[in-house]
Design a protein around this ligand. Structure first.
Ligand SMILES: [Zn+2]
Ligand SMILES: [Zn+2]
Length: 346
């Protein structure tokens, strides 16, 4: 098959023939219809995750149609529309047994643990456990758009930090995951303040429902947020992972407010970002992380998308072909462009 192959870190992906995926008894072959391109792909591409063995095919935000199913697969048949969750459990560890497959002790991720969606076909192992049926009411493109950032924001806001109607939410960073958080928080009935330093991202945040947008380059943004929320936001979200935005997000909270950490630390920080501990202690703040979402939680998300209460497709600002994927990654390095780009043509 023809795939976009990562042959050396930081170099353009090579469009070339790549071995077709092989079917295992517990797996399925999915014909990929749409695959979102994400900052995680960029991290892998530049070489932040050197454990990836090359050559490799990235792509972890994918939807498509089952083409072939292994002999042990009982839940899926050829022709079924599916979405592939990007955090997959093995079903045996305590986290899996308690229903938290997204934080499985042996978690696997398509496009990282094995070959992904920047190719026309993907093999998904343990398919009965790690695939989700995609209803006809949700397009392949919308499904790819909710593939990782959107469902991560959904799990974070709805399941983890439990945003309630009427609450005030401030979101730092209006990239793919931040914009997703804007839409989801609004759908939960919250009012939303979005903070970013790029005007195109702020205007997209506004279009997606943010009540107020704030230029992050202004001085003391946290203080401005506390003033406009009359004492501080109920919930803060850091969708960037920088020490400066984490600090501002936490300083934006009222007493006993809740902070949701979605952004990962930058590679220069080697996974460690500073947190303002004294404020967390003295104001009795709650700090939580979020990582992917369990397959069994997709039902609620897909129902809301099917009814039009959530619209992940509105985040899609470009669709590209396989030959253009490399350029998309290069643009990400320069933080060019707003919204989500989806690979739809092979
Ligand atoms: Zn992603
Ligand atoms: Zn597990």
């Amino acid at each position: 098959m023809r795939a976009a192959v990562l042959e050396s870190f930081g170099q353009p992906l090579v469009i070339r023939e790549y071995p077709d995926p092989l079917l295992t008894p517990d797996g399925v072959i999915v014909k990929v219809e749409a695959n979102g391109i994400c900052r995680s792909d960029w991290h892998a591409w530049v070489g932040d995750w050197r454990w990836l063995s090359l050559p490799h095919v990235l792509g972890h935000e994918l939807s498509g149609v089952v083409e072939e199913a292994g002999s042990e697969v009982t839940q899926f048949r050829p022709g079924d529309r599916v979405i592939v969750p990007f955090t997959q459990g093995d079903g045996t560890c305590p986290a899996c047994q308690q229903g938290h497959q997204n934080v499985c002790e042996h978690v696997t991720m398509p496009g990282f643990s094995y070959s992904g969606g920047m190719a026309p076909w993907v093999h998904i192992p343990h398919a009965d456990r790690n695939l989700v049926s995609l209803p006809n009411t949700v397009s392949f493109q919308d499904a790819a758009a909710l593939g990782c950032r959107y469902m991560t924001a959904f799990h974070g806001l709805v399941d983890q930090i439990k945003v309630q109607a009427g609450e005030q939410v401030v979101i730092y960073g209006a990239g793919g995951v931040g914009l997703s958080a804007v839409q989801i928080a609004k759908a939960q009935g919250a009012s939303v303040i979005a903070v970013d330093i790029a005007e195109d991202k702020l205007s997209l945040a506004k279009r997606l429902g943010a009540d107020v947008v704030v230029d992050g380059r202004a001085s003391d943004v946290a203080r401005a947020v506390r003033e406009m929320t009359h004492g501080g936001a109920d919930v803060s979200v850091d969708a960037l992972g920088r020490a400066s935005t984490i600090k501002a997000a936490i300083h934006s909270l009222r007493n006993r407010g809740r902070h949701l950490q979605i952004g990962l630390a930058s590679p220069e920080d080697r996974g460690v970002s500073a947190f303002p501990v004294d404020v967390i202690v003295q104001h009795e703040l709650l700090v939580m992380g979020t990582f992917g979402m369990q397959p069994h939680r997709y039902g609620d998300l897909l129902r809301m998308v099917g009814k039009g209460q959530l619209n992940p497709g509105a985040l899609v600002t470009a669709t590209v072909s396989l030959d253009q994927v490399s350029c998309v990654l290069e643009d990400m390095g320069a933080y060019r462009g707003a919204g989500v780009t989806v690979l739809t043509q092979w």
